[in-house]
Design a protein around this ligand. Structure first.
Ligand code: ZN
Length: 370
């Protein structure tokens, strides 16, 4: 038997150990008992990967060669994220579930053994490090054919509670510096499992984009004494024309300088550093805006949009008063049958070029009848 814990909104969490020693956490609304044991044979766990420094930009690259054998787009009958059924023992031993979070079977980042530190940066002489961190999988529903937008508001409430719970717990690990829950959807962006799910990456270093955002927020704060993200949201509210949804606690907008044909940022009106800091009122109000945004996105062309939906939050230990929680949803879909490819300018130079004005995509998103 594992631990059981009561969370907000009548949600409980039950932990069970999987056959190979990983943990699965069931997030439920009906106080279900979750006692079914993992019947699968024990498999050896992959070792920890390597961190190498790209000295030209001082960015860490994770070398995770042991992930080559990952299962790629299996048919529904072989989906490892469905509940266990007569013909297949899956990652979830129970025959049904609401939301589950379990340790990734092929993690890019793993908890280190013993003391751990990042190597000092000395250009090409920088030592290789070990890729410390944690990778978890979060399944949104047992229903293989659904998408985020098809979830009930009650289910999205469970989801945000589970995200908060994971951030609270992972933040306590001494080797974790930054936590990023995200969802990839669509074969176009390399999704390997169609089942509605997301991932939680807990890094032992600040990812390059976070480092860059922190520098921008810090410089702005030194010059003005203000919080950069709060000023960004204030400008979006003032301009109004790029807002696509809002309620009492949240606002969703296409940012002024969007980089993707469809890009939506969702932020709480009362700013917080991370998911763990959200109030119960903010969490209760999230499902309405989240579902509206996802329905608008799929409604633009009447097709399922490929997207990345990533939570940006303040790092665990630094910049807590500089960076703010928000959800960035980006889609490379320009039109039915047309994708924006990140080519020469974007990939080689990191310089984005948009052929569509953010005000135009905001208008298209607002025009969707939901
Ligand atoms: Zn499935």
């Amino acid at each position: 038997m594992g631990a059981s814990k009561r969370l907000e909104a009548g949600i409980t969490r039950n932990d069970r150990e999987m056959a190979d020693g990983r943990t699965i956490r069931y997030y439920d609304t009906q106080g279900q008992a979750r006692n079914i044991a993992d019947q699968r044979p024990v498999e050896e766990q992959p070792g920890i990967g390597e961190l190498r420094l790209d000295p030209l930009v001082n960015e860490w690259v994770v070398m995770a060669a042991h992930r080559q054998g990952r299962i790629f787009l299996p048919p529904k009958e072989l989906c490892p994220l469905c509940a266990t059924h007569a013909d297949l023992l899956t990652e979830i031993p129970e025959s049904d579930y609401e939301v589950v979070v379990f340790d990734n079977r092929s993690p890019s980042l793993r908890p280190p053994l013993g003391d751990w530190a990042l190597p000092d940066l000395v250009g090409p002489d920088t030592d290789a490090g070990t890729s410390a961190g944690k990778c978890e999988v979060i399944c949104f529903t047992a229903d293989h054919g659904q998408s985020f937008k098809d979830l009930t508001p009650a289910r999205v409430r469970v989801l945000i509670e589970a995200w908060q719970d994971r951030v609270r717990e992972l933040s306590k690990e001494s080797f974790i510096e930054h936590i990023a829950p995200f969802e990839n959807r669509g074969e176009e962006i390399g999704v390997t499992l169609a089942h509605p799910h997301g991932q939680i990456y807990a890094y032992s270093y600040l990812p390059p984009r976070v480092e860059k955002m922190l520098k921008a927020a810090s410089d702005f704060n030194s010059k003005t004494g203000k919080n950069l993200f709060d000023e960004v949201v204030a400008r979006e509210i003032r301009d109004e024309e790029r807002i696509v949804a809002r309620n009492s606690e949240w606002i969703a907008f296409v940012p002024y300088a969007a980089r993707y044909p469809f890009e939506i940022h969702v932020a709480p009106l009362k700013p917080v550093a991370d998911l763990a800091e959200l109030s119960v009122e903010q969490s209760d109000a999230f499902p309405e805006v989240a579902l509206e945004v996802m329905k608008r996105l799929d409604g633009v062309f009447g097709i399922e949009m490929a997207y990345i939906a990533a939570w940006h939050q303040a790092p665990v230990r630094v910049g807590r008063d500089l960076l703010r929680l928000h959800w960035q949803i980006t889609s490379v879909r320009r039109a039915p049958g047309k994708l924006k490819y990140l080519a020469g300018s974007e990939s080689a130079m990191g310089a984005f070029i948009m052929d569509m004005k953010p005000e135009q995509s905001a208008g298209q998103l607002r025009d969707v009848k939901i």
